[in-house]
Design a protein around this ligand. Structure first.
Ligand SMILES: [Zn+2]
Length: 266
């Protein structure tokens, strides 16, 4: 059974309060939760031999540069990155907090890279690793033939993106219609305020509680989702669905999932 959940803090900004999320999870599930530093830097810090560290950082810079999605309409991303790109990745591995959010990465490939970094003794299902980042990642959408930005990609570890929360789920249809009509996006943002999540939105911490719960359900049962639109495990594709499931519902979890949580805690 699950012994411990690790939350890796790759944000360290006021809009994401991992202590609140930790307290929430402990209360709801009874599992032990540990907050750790940004994922890559945490894993690197566990390596004691300096030469190995340098080698690993070189490899990581190359691996991460390789999984950038340059053209979201093209499924194959295999390419040789330019040395400038690799050097930039290297610079930001060491100074992750300064890394801009303009890049778009393949989410499943990112999980593969991360999976190899987890300390050996914690690479089994007794441990659940959840990585928070502001970097944007996506997965290939077989219906639309393009990469879509995601809030979360489940795996070992599960990765969750605050930028994905803003860019992934779609804004209201009228927003896009009015944008096409040429209305200033700033005016639109004001008009649609509250109906979508914005950068550094103060509601992000509350919303992320639900996504972390999805990660835990994925870890325990292989299925993170619920069909009830008011349950925090609902797989939302629209911003308004996210807001409804995570902030506005009459209840946090549907009867079935509330029941499972009670059993887990007991
Ligand atoms: Zn449910």
């Amino acid at each position: 059974m699950l012994k411990k959940i690790f939350l890796y803090n790759g944000i360290k900004k006021n809009y994401l309060n991992l202590k609140k999320i930790k307290n929430y999870l402990e209360e709801k599930t009874g599992f032990k939760i540990e907050i750790r530093d940004e994922f890559i830097n945490y894993c690197i810090s566990k390596i004691s031999v300096e030469e190995e560290k340098i080698k690993l950082i070189d490899k990581l810079s190359d691996d991460i540069a390789r999984i950038r999605i340059i053209n979201p309409n093209k499924k194959e991303i295999e390419r040789i990155p330019h040395p400038i790109e690799i050097n930039l990745e290297k610079k930001y591995i060491l100074k992750w907090a300064e890394k801009p959010i303009g890049n778009f990465y393949n989410g499943f490939e990112l999980i593969l890279i991360f999976s190899n970094l987890i300390p050996k003794e914690e690479t089994n299902l007794k441990y659940c690793h959840i990585v928070f980042t502001n970097q944007l990642f996506g997965t290939w959408d077989e219906k639309n033939f393009r990469y879509h930005a995601r809030v979360v990609v489940f795996g070992f570890p599960t990765i969750i993106s605050t930028t994905g929360l803003v860019e992934g789920p779609a804004k209201p249809r009228e927003f896009y219609l009015k944008k096409q009509m040429g209305i200033d996006p700033l005016i639109l943002k004001e008009e649609f305020k509250g109906r979508f999540i914005d950068y550094e939105d103060p509601r992000i911490t509350e919303i992320m509680k639900g996504y972390v719960m999805q990660a835990i359900f994925f870890h325990l049962f292989g299925n993170p989702f619920c069909s009830d639109k008011n349950c925090r495990l609902y797989n939302a594709h629209w911003q308004e669905e996210v807001i409804n499931a995570q902030l506005k519902g009459d209840y946090e979890f549907c009867g079935e999932h509330e029941g499972i949580l009670k059993k887990i805690k007991a």
